[in-house]
Ligand binder design. Structure first.
Ligand code: PRP
Length: 159
């Protein structure tokens, strides 16, 4: 019988290493956002970010946060972004005047992120930060600009 993990060539980070890194990011996010009078909203990019978002939320215990999701689709059936993501499911939380942390599983070309940052800014967020579990800067095609005093957090860089 085929193993569940036949398609995995090697393990890049152990569960413990990932857990430790998520804790570090949670501590950094908390330090950067606690004390702000504006509300904080974590917006996960569905569907890939849901586990990372859940892990991250558990590491920001002191920080009161709202959680919402947004979905942007661009890949179709392929693995290359076509450069024109469509927002197919939008956030429900009112973002006006709030600090938004956009949570991604991976940033590759930057197309999705660029589109979503603009979208959340247009909804009135006072800052938009990004937290991605994986970052592939070598594949970047689109430059993205954070909003306000937003920051960029990443778990791991990959080639
Ligand atoms: O930087 P980019 O080139 O835009 O690629 C990154 C995006 O691609 C993946 O989503 P995908 O479209 O595969 O949707 P999914 O998370 O629902 O699988 C990933 O979750 C990011 O949102």
């Amino acid at each position: 019988m085929a193993s569940l993990h036949d398609d995995i060539e090697r393990v890049l980070w152990t569960e413990e290493e990932i857990s430790a890194r998520v804790s570090e990011i949670g501590t950094a996010v908390t330090a950067d956002l606690e004390g702000s009078s504006a509300g904080v909203v974590f917006v996960g990019v569905a569907t890939g970010a849901f586990l990372f978002l859940a892990d991250l939320v558990r590491r920001v215990g002191r920080l009161p946060v709202e959680v919402d999701f947004v979905r942007a689709e661009s890949y179709g059936s392929g693995t290359e972004s076509n450069g024109a993501p469509r927002i197919t499911c939008d956030v429900k939380v009112d973002l006006r005047g709030k600090h938004v942390l956009l949570v991604e599983d991976i940033v590759d070309s930057g197309n999705t992120l660029s589109c979503l940052i603009s979208h959340l800014e247009a909804k009135g967020a006072s800052s938009v930060s990004v937290c991605t579990f994986l970052d592939k800067p070598a594949r970047r095609k689109v430059h993205f600009k954070l909003v306000g005093d937003g920051k960029f957090y990443r778990g791991f860089e990959i080639l």
